[in-house]
Design a protein around this ligand. Structure first.
Ligand code: ZN
Length: 149
């Protein structure tokens, strides 16, 4: 378990320091704002769809290291996926961080996102980790605002 924790910390620190796809998308077809008042995380997710494909996805905003790292990895993983694949990942990620899915035992497509299973040890951080995914889900469904409250 400590091995996973080390990897978890390393990845979080890296993505927090150098968030990927941390920018606006001028040509975004969908955007949504996500807020986690408990922690003060606030971010906007930009999605550019081309037919059924997530052609580009990015985010801006401020928040704790976990929310930022999770958003950063979300954009990396979702880019190039179909809308349906992105929704499957949202569902699996949500189930993993709430303990409904065991990323090691149950079949899933999470890949490197598995490191966020580590937040299960820190219940207050679950909303930080899942905020960007809820916001992506809202953007894909053309809802504009999402709050974890
Ligand atoms: Zn947070």
């Amino acid at each position: 378990m400590s091995e996973l924790s080390d990897l978890y910390q390393e990845v979080i620190l890296d993505h927090n320091k150098n968030p990927r796809n941390f920018r606006e998308i001028e040509t975004a077809t969908q955007t949504a704002d996500g807020n986690n008042p408990l922690c003060g995380d606030a971010l906007r997710v930009y999605v550019e769809m081309e037919d059924d494909l997530v052609k580009d996805v990015a985010f801006k905003g401020s928040g704790c290291a976990i929310s930022k790292a999770s958003a950063s990895m979300m954009t990396q993983v979702v880019k190039g996926k179909t809308r349906e694949e992105a929704e499957v990942l949202f569902d699996e990620f949500h189930k993993m961080v709430t303990g409904e899915l065991d990323a090691e035992e149950d079949e899933n497509h999470l890949g490197k996102l598995k490191i966020f299973a580590g937040v299960l040890e820190f219940p207050a951080r679950v909303k930080c980790a899942s905020l960007s995914w809820h916001t992506l889900h809202a953007a894909l469904n053309e809802e504009e605002i999402v709050s974890t409250e």
